[in-house]
Unconditional design. Sequence first.
Length: 320
Amino acid sequence: MHYYINDYAAIGLNLGGAQYGYAEREGAMMSWSSVTVTEETRNSMGYGNLLLKILPFKGPVKIYAENNFLPIISPEEMTSPEIINQFKNMDPEIIVLAAYGKLLPLEFLELAKFGAINVHPSILPLYRGSIPVQAAILAGDKKTGVSLMLMDQGLDTGPIIAQSEFSLNGSETTPQLSDKLFIEGANLLQNIGPQYIGGKIYAKPQGLGAKPLRRLKKDAGRVDWLKSAQLIEREVRAFTPWPGTYTYWRGSKVDILEVSLETGLRSTPGTVLKTIQGICIAAGDSLLRVKKIKIEGKTEVTAEEFVRGQPDFIGATLPS
């Protein structure tokens, strides 16, 4: 059989292919042994039965491929007739994509006998688009999961082959949850893929309730201290590592890296306070305890360490 696993991480996450690719590669390699790796830069080395696309840097996937002498090919883009014919000549039976983040032409999706499967990190149709992991954290969802979707020309609109759910504890960051989701996706692909290929499982149309998502912009990370403390705490976790959550003090950018909720106390939103619990900043309805912080040009420190070096930070009012 020929397989194509395409691991192209969404740029907005700033995670590259490392986390995603590792999970997908581990799941795929346990069942399917013959591999060709494709990357963004030109470095063609031939073809094999299982194709994997990664970003042009040495993350775990590319290192694994090189260490195991797997062929690497490097198409510049996936839409030209020449590239389509190149993959057509490989005669793939199934195509698998993970975190690709781009719409692909119908000619490519129809190359394989069993179609193109997308490993999508949400329970479709809930979150369609490029930031389903962040969306689940921002919404405070109690559970999330992964979907194996048969791709069509729409954005995450294809029929569902299988799904797997798990509970959230409310402390997950985007990198942590992404890793867990794609490991779950790799396991689901390994377990369900052969059943789908064997005709024992069929893709079913998605239900109602879709929430299409827009890509994040850098300014989404600027903290609005008028928001509720709970929402800002979720933003800190969801926007790690990109676009990050940040504010400004004395003309310098200050990254808010880790916080926790402190209920029962209130102050003017944006006010920096020193309490029994620690260094806090007032949000719209209560306080947030700042655990880790980083001012522009300096390294990450605890809030207490930061205040020892910048005592005037206490009592400051940060802009919303």
